[in-house]
Design a protein around this ligand. Structure first.
Ligand code: MN
Length: 355
C-alpha cells in the first residue's frame, strides 16, 4: 500500500501538483486496499489522508493507520474536511479524478474548495497498468476459477439447455468455487446469435452451430476474462475453417507477445491472418488489459502506439463474425513478461462438438 502511495506522490511531483483527491471507487480500492465506494483519499506529495464514513471507520482505522491519517467523514461536510487538509498541507493545486467524476461534483468542489482544481487525467489508471505479484496472483486465481467453470459446463451441456441456462451455470460454478462475483455479464450465444460479439443470452434452446461463451470470475476486486467457442452438433467444413483461422490468429499473437512490443503490432499479427480470408469480419481489437476493472489500458488495438511492459495483464481474443450467420471468438488472459507471456488460461482450444 505504501509503495503505491509513494509512486503516486512521485507522479504528483512530476505534474507539479500539491495533492490529488481520490474519489473513484476503483482508485480507492487500489490505494487503500479495501472497498468504500463513498470514501475519499487525499494524497499530498508527503502525506496521505483517508476520509471514511462511520460504516467503514473501524476497518479503516485498523487497516490504514500506518499509511494514512484517518478522518471520520461526515458526508455533508466533505468540503470542510478537504479544506482542513488544504489549509494544513498548504495545498495550492489539487488534482481531481476527472475521468470518472460527475460534473455536479466537480462544480461543487470548484465552488467550495480553497485550492485550484486541476485534472489528474489517467494518473492513477496509468499506475494500475503494471501489476505487482500480489495483483497477478489474484487475477491468476480468478482465471483458475473461470477455467473450472468451463470444464464443468462442458461436461453437462446438452442441446436442450437454453443460453440463459448455460450462463447461469457458469456463474453458479464460479461462485461455488470461490469467486466473489462474476467479472461482467456472462455471454452465452448460440447459432445465428454467435455473430454478435456481445450478444445477450436468451431464453432460447441452444441453436445448432457455434456456441460462444465469454465469462470470468471476480476475486478480491480482480477480474478474469475468457472466451471459448464450441459447436452444438457437427461442424461443417466451412465452420472448421473459420474456427481454425481464429485459433491460428490467436496462437500467432500469443507466440509473439512480450514486453517491449508495440500494442498495434500485436493486433496486426492476428488481424493479418484473419484478413486474408475474412476481411471486415474482425471488428474489434485483439485485446484489452484487465485488473481491478474488466477493461483497462493499454489495449491491443491497431490504433495504440503503447509499448507493453512486464506486469501488464491482457486478453488475446481474436474473433470472426459473419453477419446473420455465425461467429467465433477464442480468448485467453496472459501476463506480459520480459521475453514471453505467462498464459493464465488453461482450458483446451481444439474445436469441441457436443451432440
Ligand atoms: Mn475480453
Amino acid at each position: 500500500m505504501i509503495a503505491k502511495i509513494r509512486q503516486l506522490q512521485n507522479e504528483l511531483i512530476k505534474a507539479d501538483a500539491d495533492a490529488i483527491l481520490i474519489s473513484s471507487a476503483v482508485s480507492h480500492r487500489y490505494l487503500a486496499k479495501f472497498d468504500n465506494p463513498d470514501g475519499y483519499l487525499v494524497i499530498t506529495t508527503k502525506n496521505a489522508y483517508a476520509l471514511e464514513d462511520f460504516r467503514y471507520i473501524e476497518v479503516a482505522k485498523k487497516q490504514l493507520s500506518e499509511a494514512y491519517t484517518v478522518v471520520e467523514l461526515s458526508r455533508s461536510r466533505l468540503y470542510d474536511h478537504v479544506n482542513e487538509i488544504v489549509d494544513k498541507e498548504e495545498i495550492k493545486t489539487l488534482l481531481i479524478e476527472d475521468l470518472c467524476m460527475p460534473l455536479a461534483q466537480y462544480k461543487g468542489l470548484k465552488e467550495n474548495v480553497k485550492a485550484t482544481l486541476d485534472l489528474a487525467g489517467a494518473m492513477v489508471n496509468s499506475l494500475r497498468e503494471v501489476k505487482d505479484e500480489t495483483e497477478i496472483a489474484k487475477v491468476k486465481e480468478a482465471q483458475r476459477i473461470t477455467d473450472i467453470a468451463f470444464d464443468h459446463v462442458l461436461k453437462m451441456i446438452t442441446p436442450d439447455m437454453t443460453e440463459k441456462d448455460v450462463a447461469t451455470e457458469l456463474e453458479y460454478i464460479m461462485r461455488k468455487n470461490g469467486a466473489d462475483d462474476k467479472s461482467f455479464d456472462t455471454i452465452a450465444v448460440s447459432g445465428v446469435n454467435s455473430s454478435l460479439p456481445h450478444g445477450v443470452p436468451g431464453d432460447i434452446k441452444l441453436n445448432k452451430g457455434f456456441l460462444t461463451m465469454d465469462f470470468g470470475a471476480l476475486v478480491d476486486g480482480y477480474h478474469a476474462d475468457m472466451t471459448r467457442t464450441i459447436c452444438i452438433g457437427k461442424a461443417d467444413a466451412e465452420m472448421k475453417k473459420l474456427y481454425n483461422t481464429v485459433l491460428s490468429a490467436q496462437l500467432a499473437a500469443l507466440d509473439v507477445l512480450k514486453a517491449g512490443m508495440l500494442c498495434s503490432d500485436a493486433d496486426k499479427v492476428a488481424r493479418d491472418i484473419i484478413d486474408k480470408e475474412y476481411k471486415g469480419c474482425f471488428g474489434h481489437s485483439l485485446g484489452h488489459s484487465v485488473g481491478l476493472e474488466i477493461h483497462e489500458g493499454p489495449n491491443l488495438s491497431s490504433l495504440s502506439n503503447r509499448i507493453l511492459l512486464p506486469g501488464n495483464i491482457v486478453t488475446v481474443e481474436p474473433g470472426i463474425y459473419v453477419e446473420g450467420k455465425y461467429g467465433c471468438r477464442i480468448e485467453d488472459l496472459v501476463v506480459i513478461q520480459e521475453n514471453s507471456i505467462l498464459n493464465l488460461t488453461k482450458s483446451p482450444k481444439e474445436l469441441i462438438e457436443i451432440y
